[in-house]
Design a protein around this ligand. Structure first.
Ligand code: URA
Length: 232
């Protein structure tokens, strides 16, 4: 693939802007400046540099972000900056978007991708990809409240009960919940439905993928889809 097309596909701007970066000597491969826009490279496994920053080629981008509080997942954020502002411009340009949403005050593991089929696969209720949430509650949890979360509670927008795959009190006011669905404010509404209140919420895992301990709030990294749903 031509270097100009590689840059374009990875979100470095219009074709003209990518040609400009190359002509300006700002693109390197293996430490050497590539100033010919027509130079060909095998894209798979390629790591190129733009303005001194190394970029691994990915046909589709899949990003794991440790979402800090105070960022919105929506495309048109209203009250807080968008989670997209935590990512470098090329990822935004190539159309990376969150897989599902976390509330502005929720922290933890957020996936973002430009792979529409993957978004569909990971968000589909039929896939039952489990997500792990750690919630802090306002009142001490009772055994009955925890049991009701597993037995199923009815939320106000649907008569069909929603249930947690697992629910466990890890401290008097700390709850670990595993959910397969992802309805609007689901954890907070489930906790409210059993007569308590969610005071803080953190997502610690999505499918087989756990939030890495060394990835601080606001930090992101590339991941591979197999890390989320391992091949059967
Ligand atoms: N459930 C919620 O209530 N909020 C989130 O951000 C995620 C799940």
């Amino acid at each position: 693939m031509r270097i100009a097309h590689i840059l374009f596909s990875q979100g470095f701007g219009s074709r003209r802007q990518c040609a400009g970066l190359i002509a300006a000597g700002l693109v390197r491969v293996d430490g050497r400046v590539v100033d010919d826009a027509a130079a060909e490279f095998e894209p798979e496994g390629l790591v190129f540099e733009v303005e001194g920053r190394a970029w691994p080629y990915h046909a589709k981008a899949l990003i794991l972000l440790h979402k800090p509080p105070g960022y919105e997942c929506s495309r048109k954020p209203r009250h807080h900056p968008s989670v997209m502002s935590l990512l470098p411009a090329p990822l935004r340009t190539r159309g990376v978007q969150p897989v599902g949403r976390l509330d502005a005050d929720t922290t933890g593991l957020l996936l973002l991708t430009d792979d529409g089929a993957l978004i569909h696969r990971l968000s589909s209720p039929r896939q039952h990809v489990p997500k792990v949430y750690e919630a802090r509650t306002r009142h001490p949890l009772t055994a009955e409240q925890v049991q009701r979360l597993v037995d199923g509670v009815v939320l106000d927008d649907d008569p069909a009960p929603v249930r947690a795959l697992q629910a466990r009190a890890t401290a008097p006011q700390e709850l670990r919940l595993v959910l397969a669905q992802g309805r609007y404010h689901q954890v907070k509404r489930m906790i409210a439905a059993v007569g308590n209140r969610c005071e803080a919420l953190h997502r610690s895992a999505f499918g087989a993928l756990e939030l890495p301990a060394d990835l601080g709030p606001g930090q992101w990294r590339w991941i591979e889809p197999q890390a989320i749903v391992p091949p059967r």
